[in-house]
Design a protein around this ligand. Structure first.
Ligand code: SAH
Ligand code: SF4
Ligand code: F3S
Length: 491
């Protein structure tokens, strides 16, 4: 038996099997190595996580950063200064893959000239075996590759590399293995935080890759969610964003046993939202995303009853055409969607609706585009994200006959100009009013100004200083500037 073998056996004996103890063990082991680096180099190694995609990835990245800081790495703002660069990837649109390979090409040069530099890639793109094959074959200088189901194992995978593993460390799971609670987390803001209430998606919209790379829908128990939010509130968080691909179907499949659920089998998203509002210290509650097919009257009533819940609903409609919605497997019609908008506005007249729109789905006609424009004009969104449909290998829509690019671009521009015009008009309706704003940061472009958000998520810039960050202040909205306001603090 050689000495490495004995060492491996010793390590094996001590490694906890259960989480999060196992990851805490590896964080300690990495910490020992990082301490040696600090002694040798006179400074802590640095890391930078670049995050692509949605709030799910942004939230996972906060956990990756938390783990790395626990290990002893220091965060750096600039990727170019980092000893450990991580890309947390999104694959919702096709061109993201090409962009990643471009980034990696540039990183290769830097790695060759930087002693001990590490590169990690994770996130949704890594859940596609063909991408991992490309990285294994063509990007051998990438040190660590992991996926969405095991991102919590960063310390364990990093330890392999730091303790001498010469080849690429690749671990991507095809399905979720376990849910790991209580990982360290480094939040971007001290006063607001995202909280996952569920993972994955069961909807299988025919264009979308998310169910394949994030797995089936799994809800965290109300106990886990509420205790996390209580801890956040105790640490000074005042605004919570509840996160899920389809929050309205919260509770379809729980990850663990729950006493709250056994006592109340009908407990769903409206009940969770009410319980979150009861937590002392939490002053504003947001949530995203709401699938229109599942938004209930019960939820609207909970929002009406609870002033803590932001008057904003992100309600992606994708297409205004019933035929295209059917082909997309969205399971609502144009009329269903418009009726839902009416039901929401009847009870929440001040609500801000925001949306996602897609142009260029296979088979879309000029009439279908007109339906989309009708919905944009009718629903009066404050903000809308407009996407060009992009083919995702493995999804049902990838096998449909695709539309020519020129045609789609022309239609996209047509929709976009209506979106711009109507959103600017709608979001200007608060001009002259005074609204409560949560101040987020110093303004990047105007000295002596701060930037905050109203409860409908619209940005407001107004004169102020650092001491206001993390506070609610009343601001008079002097001038609407399209997608933001200029204002002045009152009182
Ligand atoms: N769960 C959310 C959406 C998550 S993905 C929902 O159902 O509303 C965010 C947005 O990306 C989608 O709303 C959609 O507009 C866009 N998107 C998803 N797949 C796409 C594709 N293949 N091409 C272009 N845009 C896409
Ligand atoms: Fe994708 Fe549809 Fe699920 Fe949203 S609801 S994540 S668009 S499959
Ligand atoms: Fe992208 Fe993954 Fe979110 S594919 S949109 S980062 S769930």
């Amino acid at each position: 038996m050689d000495s490495t073998h004995i060492l491996n056996n010793e390590i094996e004996e001590q490694i906890p099997v259960n989480e999060p103890a196992r990851q805490e063990y590896f964080m300690d082991k990495c910490h020992e190595i990082v301490e040696e680096m600090i002694i040798k180099n006179g400074k802590a190694p640095t890391f930078h996580v670049s995050t692509f995609g949605c709030q799910m990835n942004a939230h996972d990245s906060e956990k990756l950063s938390g783990i790395l800081e626990k290990i002893g790495y220091a965060e750096t703002e600039e990727e170019s200064d980092a000893d450990f660069v991580i890309y947390n990837t999104c694959t919702v649109r096709e061109n993201a893959n090409q962009k990643l390979y471009g980034h990696l090409g540039a990183l290769k040069k830097k790695k060759e000239s930087t002693d001990g530099m590490l590169i990690g890639i994770c996130g949704c793109m890594m859940q596609q075996p063909e991408v991992v094959d490309v990285i294994r074959d063509k990007y051998r200088f990438v040190d660590i590759v992991f996926g969405t189901f095991n991102f919590y194992k960063l310390a364990e995978l990093l330890y392999k590399r730091l303790s001498g593993e010469k080849s690429q460390v690749i671990e991507v799971l095809a399905e979720p293995e376990k849910n790991v609670e209580n990982l360290p987390e480094k939040r971007k803001y001290t006063f607001k935080s995202g909280v996952n209430i569920m993972y994955g998606c069961n909807n299988f919209c025919t264009y979308c890759i998310v169910p394949y790379v994030r797995g089936r829908e799994r809800s965290r128990t109300p106990e886990d969610i509420l205790s996390e939010i209580k801890c956040l509130a105790e640490s000074g968080v005042i605004e919570i964003m509840l996160l899920g691909q389809n929050v309205n179907s919260y509770g379809v499949n729980f990850l663990e046993d729950s006493e709250i659920i056994s006592n109340n089998p009908d407990y769903g998203f409206p009940e969770l939202l009410e319980d979150v509002c009861k937590i002392d210290g939490i002053k504003r509650v947001r949530f995203m995303t709401s699938h229109p097919k599942d938004l209930s009257d019960k939820l609207i009533d909970v929002i009406v009853r609870n002033p803590k819940i932001a008057r904003q609903i992100h309600l992606p409609f994708q297409s205004g055409s019933t035929a295209i919605l059917k082909a997309m497997n969205r399971r609502y019609t144009k009329e269903d969607y418009l009726a839902l908008v009416d039901r929401i506005r009847a009870k929440l007249p001040d609500v801000s609706l925001t949306t996602d729109i897609m142009v260029g789905f296979p088979g879309e006609t000029d009439e279908d585009i007109q339906d989309t424009i009708d919905v944009v004009r009718y629903a009066k969104y404050d903000q809308a994200f407009t996407f060009i449909y992009s083919i995702r290998t493995g999804t049902p829509a990838a096998k449909m006959e695709q539309l020519p690019e020129d045609l789609v671009n022309e239609r996209f521009n047509r929709v976009l100009s209506v979106v711009r015009e109507t959103c600017a008009e709608t979001s200007a309706r608060f001009e002259g009013q005074t609204k409560e704003v949560l101040v987020e940061a110093l303004n990047d472009h105007m000295d002596g100004y701060v930037t905050g958000r109203m409860d409908n998520n619209i940005l407001v810039h107004f004169p102020g200083d650092e001491s206001l960050i993390g506070q609610f202040v009343n601001v008079h909205l002097d001038e609407a500037k399209g997608f933001y306001y200029l204002g002045t603090r009152t009182e």
